[in-house]
Design a binder for this molecule. Structure first.
Ligand SMILES: NC(=O)c1ccc[n+]([C@@H]2O[C@H](COP(=O)([O-])OP(=O)(O)OC[C@H]3O[C@@H](n4cnc5c(N)ncnc54)[C@H](OP(=O)(O)O)[C@@H]3O)[C@@H](O)[C@H]2O)c1
Length: 299
């Protein structure tokens, strides 16, 4: 590609005042909140999404441009994409897919409907949103799709099967899309955080209580231990990093001439990326049972 093509693509993804339009989902707290403010401070025109009316109002008060989005609702995803494209005048520089939750609980305690809900928010909503933005990116011959996956998209842990499965699915989507979009000027990157400070643990605990019959489960005792851990204030896991660690990788994925396919964040992700390649499955399982606070041991 010649220099003129590069310049044309770069122009196509900028608004008249020279800012780049980025859609960031799930900005009410945690990583999305940090990335939305961090990118805005860096000069991007950020469109932040949230779903609760009070979060939308709060983020607007903080100076962000906000669009309502419930990822599990196809009509909401459609309306969000239309609103973003309208306000950005179809100049889509990037989307940072981030809004998601972790349904805690053993797979045998998770109903089909609860698993479907997990996939509706963490997978189907993300896929639908990407598809709605791709035509604009294709027209420009440029665009960046960044998926916030997880170390749990690389390795499994007991009692997180629903979330695990959603992030494994996301890894499959991103890996496929990277192949399908090769040569279009549109890049696909996965961010893979290990433990990061956010409201994630608190929200996971809510989903456990809401959707799992804790007292009626064969895993009753393990749930009690897990609840105690999840209720702890401060980092529950070693090597926890602040969300700025993710922001740094998102900036690289947005600004590098050759964005990476995968960005590990935190020591556990680096460690497990290596271990899953070199260890046989049985040996890896032993390690994973050990790190899962005894949750992998029989009752
Ligand atoms: N924190 C970690 O240790 C960690 C590690 C690896 C990966 N991640 C990933 O990081 C991303 C952000 O999580 P976080 O850690 O920042 O947790 P968080 O503080 O709980 O933030 C999650 C965000 O996603 C939104 N969200 C949840 N379900 C949604 C839905 N159905 N529709 C629209 N928005 C929805 C939440 O909105 P509400 O406030 O309305 O619920 C919130 O804004 C997720 O993709 C998560 O899988 C986190």
């Amino acid at each position: 590609m010649g220099k003129n093509d590069e310049a044309r693509k770069s122009q196509a993804t900028k608004t008249v005042d020279g800012q780049r339009n980025v859609l960031v989902t799930g900005c009410s707290s945690g990583i999305g909140y940090c990335v939305a403010h961090g990118l805005r401070a860096r000069g991007y025109r950020v469109f932040a999404t949230a779903r609760a009316a009070e979060d939308i109002a709060r983020l607007r008060d903080e100076g962000l441009e906000v669009i309502a989005l419930e990822l599990a609702d196809p009509a909401s995803v459609q309306a969000c994409a239309e609103e973003f494209l309208r306000r950005a005048e179809h100049a889509v520089y990037a989307v940072f897919h981030n809004g998601a939750y972790g349904q805690a609980g053993a797979l045998e305690d998770i109903s089909r409907a609860v698993l479907e809900q997990q996939f509706a928010a963490n997978v189907f909503g993300w896929h639908q949103l990407t598809n709605l933005l791709l035509p604009a990116m294709r027209r420009q011959g440029a665009g960046r799709i960044i998926y916030n996956s997880s170390v749990l998209g690389l390795i499994a842990l007991p009692f997180r099967g629903s979330y695990n499965a959603s992030k494994f699915a996301l890894e499959g989507i991103a890996d496929t899309q990277r192949l399908e979009l090769y040569g279009t000027g549109i890049t696909v990157s996965l961010i893979e955080p290990g433990p990061v400070e956010s409201a994630f643990r608190k929200n996971s605990l809510k989903t456990l209580r809401a959707h799992v019959d804790i007292s009626g489960s064969v895993h009753h005792k393990k749930y009690q231990n897990a609840i105690r851990r999840m209720e702890k204030v401060g980092p529950a896991a070693p090597f926890t990093l602040p969300p700025e660690a993710v922001l740094k990788k998102v900036i690289h994925a947005l600004e590098s001439r050759r964005p990476r396919a995968r960005y590990p964040v935190t020591f556990p992700t680096y460690l497990f990326s290596v271990l899953r390649r070199i260890l046989p499955t049985r040996a890896l399982d032993r390690v994973l049972r050990h790190v899962a606070h005894g949750e992998g041991k029989p009752e």
